[in-house]
Design a protein around this ligand. Structure first.
Ligand SMILES: NC(=O)c1ccc[n+]([C@@H]2O[C@H](COP(=O)([O-])OP(=O)(O)OC[C@H]3O[C@@H](n4cnc5c(N)ncnc54)[C@H](O)[C@@H]3O)[C@@H](O)[C@H]2O)c1
Length: 226
């Protein structure tokens, strides 16, 4: 048995900021120029599915040109010293491309599509998903994204991981999107809680490293060596 500690890294949109992907808050309340309720809710899908598909098609093609940043790489390298479980709110695949080995996507994945009829999930090999693209059973495909107001199917799995952690590290999240932000409430009493964010949410009982993801991770790692 290894005596490595369990480190949960809980990432939000700020994790991918240094890869050129915009966070969701801090741009006048708009996400890449759109109101969230127009592109990331079931109501938006029901009233204007073309716009919703176009929005996620743009996010997907933007992702093709983005690369994992030093922060993503450092998280993967932490596996030398810790049992690392990444729980991400991000829908990009930058943790995967940086070679982290345990990644749970709480809010879905841009590179997957879901059948609106059967709920089955399919890898999306191309960047565009359009009206008329159907699953093998003939149902329209939608982005495999957990929209605002929808249930978070992976939440219970995430809670089980968090309950076993020794260190809970939040990186680049405003901790305002629920139920994801409530994960911190499941950390064991003995655990250490750390928030890496240049503009940290202040109300939580948590150690703060007020830096960007890559710089903050280097600060965390340098303290380990002391
Ligand atoms: N890359 C993505 O997949 C992506 C991008 C935008 C939004 N989203 C979705 O929108 C929701 C937004 O909630 P959220 O809490 O993740 O994000 P948020 O946009 O609410 O908060 C982002 C946080 O990142 C911080 N930040 C900005 N630059 C940073 C940097 N270089 N390093 C570290 N932190 C930095 C900000 O200070 C802020 O606290 C999520 O559910 C997510 O699914 C995903």
């Amino acid at each position: 048995m290894s005596n490595k500690k369990n480190l949960v890294v809980f990432t939000g949109a700020g994790m991918s900021a240094e890869s050129g992907l915009q966070t969701f808050r801090g741009h006048g309340g708009l996400w890449e120029g759109h109101r969230v309720q127009d592109v990331a809710t079931p109501e938006a899908w029901n009233t204007n599915p073309e716009l919703v598909l176009q929005f996620y098609n743009e996010r997907r093609s933007q992702l093709l040109n983005a690369k994992p940043n030093r922060g993503h790489e450092l998280i993967a390298e932490l596996e030398d010293n810790f049992h690392v479980n990444v729980i991400t709110q991000n829908v990009d695949d930058l943790h995967e491309r940086a070679n982290s080995t345990s990644i749970l996507h709480l809010h879905g994945e841009l590179k997957k599509a879901r059948s609106t009829g059967t709920g089955k999930i399919y890898p999306l090999k191309r960047s565009n998903l359009n009206i008329g693209d159907t699953c093998p059973d003939g149902w329209q495909l939608r982005p495999h994204i957990v929209w605002f107001g929808e249930e978070v199917p992976e939440l219970l799995n995430a809670i089980e991981i968090v309950k076993r952690c020794d260190i809970f590290m939040v990186i680049g999240s405003s901790l305002q999107v629920y139920p994801a932000a409530s994960l911190i409430d499941y950390t064991p009493d003995h655990s250490r809680r750390i928030l890496i964010d240049p503009n940290p949410a202040v109300s939580r009982n948590i150690e703060v490293i007020a830096e960007t993801a890559s710089v903050g991770l280097l600060t965390f790692i340098s303290k380990l060596k002391k």
